[in-house]
Design a protein around this ligand. Structure first.
Ligand SMILES: NC(=O)c1ccc[n+]([C@@H]2O[C@H](COP(=O)([O-])OP(=O)(O)OC[C@H]3O[C@@H](n4cnc5c(N)ncnc54)[C@H](OP(=O)(O)O)[C@@H]3O)[C@@H](O)[C@H]2O)c1
Length: 226
């Protein structure tokens, strides 16, 4: 059996990704999020674990879950928090909570995962944003969100350098707009070119195959921005 961990799974792209991966009966899919999803209950190969990237004990919490899994072949760091506010209105909590979920918690979850990542071949995919991709179009109000996602891109490169002698691959996908609750809340009325199902299909395929062609790469996944 192949063990796949997805973090950030109660809705949007992460939920669709878990359902897509679970359609293969040879996969055990471990869904980590603060909230569960009723859609997972119909699938015997989806295992939900309550998990909060903003917990003070995030590394320990993740480690306990990964110990119970044993060996991890694939991991997707999909959870994200979007803050859309004018620069001077950003509170300390906005800044800290956004960074905690989008980069600090992810680093700690990966620290917890490394001892359990399969030694012959494993692939970790980080889900960033076009806003964090160097040279892309930028949007006012997203200074904290997009810089936290840029940090996730850098983390991918730095982790990959440190683990280049191992079979652990890490890559980062910078998504353009996808029609999800997050997008609707931040930009009401905006029509994205892709649904969460379409993006989940793409991420699932990249997760299972991308490490054969990419390692330590930051890849834009967008039809609309440079
Ligand atoms: N939608 C877009 O247009 C777009 C564009 C570029 C990049 N992205 C990125 O793609 C990813 C998925 O986006 P989405 O639109 O599907 O977002 P979403 O609908 O808001 O879903 C985000 C998921 O992350 C989980 N999450 C949030 N905070 C968490 C925490 N502290 N601990 C654990 N899980 C947490 C949420 O579950 P719980 O609340 O249950 O924990 C939720 O399931 C995000 O990283 C986002 O930044 C999205």
């Amino acid at each position: 059996m192949t063990n796949i961990v997805v973090i950030g799974t109660s809705r949007g792209i992460g939920k669709e990704l878990v359902l897509k991966l679970a359609s293969n009966p040879e996969f055990n899919v471990y869904a980590l999020s603060r909230n569960g999803s009723a859609d997972f209950e119909k699938h015997s190969n989806i295992y939900f674990h309550p998990f909060d990237l903003s917990s003070k004990t995030v590394r320990e919490d993740a480690s306990k879950i990964f110990q119970s899994i044993g060996e991890i072949h694939f991991m997707v760091n999909n959870a994200g928090k979007l803050v859309n506010k004018p620069f001077l209105e950003l509170t300390s909590n906005d800044i800290q909570s956004c960074y905690q979920t989008n980069i600090l918690g992810v680093i700690q979850a990966v620290q917890a995962a490394v001892p359990f990542l399969e030694k012959q071949t494993s692939h970790v995919v980080n889900i960033s944003s076009m806003g964090g991709f160097q040279g892309s179009v930028k949007f006012a109000g997203l200074s904290v969100y997009s810089t936290s996602k840029a940090a996730l891109c850098s983390f991918t490169e730095l982790f990959s350098e440190e683990y280049k002698e191992t079979a652990i691959s890490m890559n980062c996908l910078c998504l353009g707009a996808v029609q999800t609750e997050m997008l609707n809340e931040a930009f009401p009325g905006y029509k994205a070119p892709h649904s969460s199902e379409e993006m989940a299909d793409y991420i699932a395929d990249f997760l299972l195959n991308g490490h054969r062609f990419y390692r330590g790469k930051i890849l834009p996944v967008s039809t609309t921005t440079p």
